[in-house]
Design a protein around this ligand. Structure first.
Ligand SMILES: Cc1cc2nc3c(=O)[nH]c(=O)nc-3n(C[C@H](O)[C@H](O)[C@H](O)COP(=O)(O)OP(=O)(O)OC[C@H]3O[C@@H](n4cnc5c(N)ncnc54)[C@H](O)[C@@H]3O)c2cc1C
Length: 296
């Protein structure tokens, strides 16, 4: 296996794979180094949601992110269109105001806000499709020195440029700071073709969300019994009943405020998307491509 390339991408989650894919398509020599295919990116189903939280905050650059994601994901996997946000009547005026002047297609229905251009996708098939044909070296990176990666087995990997996309679990390698938020998803017996989100979300076989406090460093998470109870009680509010579930998935979100693409010694860090990683990854991968090649 090669240990040198023009561009070395550390990480094969949604951030690293979007970037590697676009760079590869642009004819650049890319080597991805990762412990495994995605970590937090293995959240079973991911919303692509431009209107965030219970406050109806319209995501920064939502229009550009939507355009980039629709241009990218359908080439690799089906994207299910539409998210219903059952906003309480009392909050709708504020939400309307926030959407005013933004080019985020939506309809107000009796049940709430319908985001026509939002959606959701199953992550595992997407990660595998994105990885197809890429040079991936599966190894554990112990430390970074500019654009050189030191592997656990003593080997060194180097590139002219390093793209750090190691997410929450690799953040200590760079010392980027940021916030780490653990959370869980219950795998439901019912399949939700129509995504709904308010407090928690349902989409596909997922019931997900998090209310746990942020931490200032990464530590692996395991679903706690009180999280299960919280997810089910929020689901009851959202759906009117508690869905049956069979197993759970736990992960850690990593958030860097706005600074999702930033220069680091030897290259760039592409990380810190919090719970909007699948939403922003294609847009920021495009921006990285532009920074590295001058092409968009
Ligand atoms: C409960 C919950 C629900 C969520 N829901 C959504 C959602 O609906 N929509 C959405 O967009 N996002 C959602 N997220 C967030 C999303 O799961 C992640 O933020 C996102 O996928 C992170 O992607 P990433 O590529 O940055 O990192 P990761 O997927 O964590 O990938 C990191 C990569 O770096 C590699 N790596 C790290 N350290 C090393 C090392 N030392 N050596 C070698 N390799 C290393 C890993 O092996 C992996 O390949 C949710 C998260 C949680 C917890």
């Amino acid at each position: 296996m090669k240990t040198q390339a023009e561009i070395v991408v550390l990480g094969a989650g949604i951030a690293g794979l979007c970037a590697a894919r676009l760079l590869h398509e642009a004819g650049r020599e890319v080597l991805v180094v990762a412990r495994e295919l995605g970590e937090a990116s293995r959240v079973p189903d991911a919303l692509l949601n431009p209107v965030r939280g219970k406050r109806g905050t319209v995501a920064l650059e939502a229009e550009e992110a939507l355009e980039a994601l629709w241009d990218f994901y359908p080439r690799f996997t089906p994207v299910r269109q539409g998210i219903l946000r059952p906003v309480p009547e009392s909050d709708r005026a504020v939400w309307r105001q926030k959407l005013q002047g933004r080019r985020v297609p939506h309809l107000w229905l009796e049940e709430g806000l319908y985001l026509e251009n939002a959606g959701w996708l199953e992550t595992t098939p997407l990660l595998h499709r994105l990885a197809e044909g890429l040079n991936i070296l599966y190894a554990n990176v112990e430390r970074l020195e500019a654009s050189t990666l030191w592997l656990e087995d003593g080997r060194r990997v180097s590139g002219r440029v390093l793209v750090y996309a190691g997410g929450a679990s690799g953040a200590h390698l760079l010392g980027l700071g940021g916030r780490f938020t653990p959370g869980s998803v219950l795998l439901t017996q019912q399949h939700f073709k129509q995504a709904r989100s308010y407090g928690v979300y349902v989409a596909g076989h997922s019931l997900g969300g998090s209310y746990l406090p942020h931490q200032d460093r990464y530590s692996p998470h395991q679903t706690q019994p009180h999280e299960v109870e919280w997810l089910l009680s929020e689901a009851e509010r959202l759906l009117g009943y508690r869905p049956g579930w069979s197993s759970s998935w736990a992960g850690v979100r990593y958030r860097l405020d706005k600074d999702y693409l930033k220069p680091i010694p030897g290259g760039f860090a592409l990380t810190g998307f919090g719970s909007a990683a699948y939403f922003y990854a294609p847009l920021y991968a495009r921006r990285l491509l532009k920074r590295l090649t001058g092409h968009s």
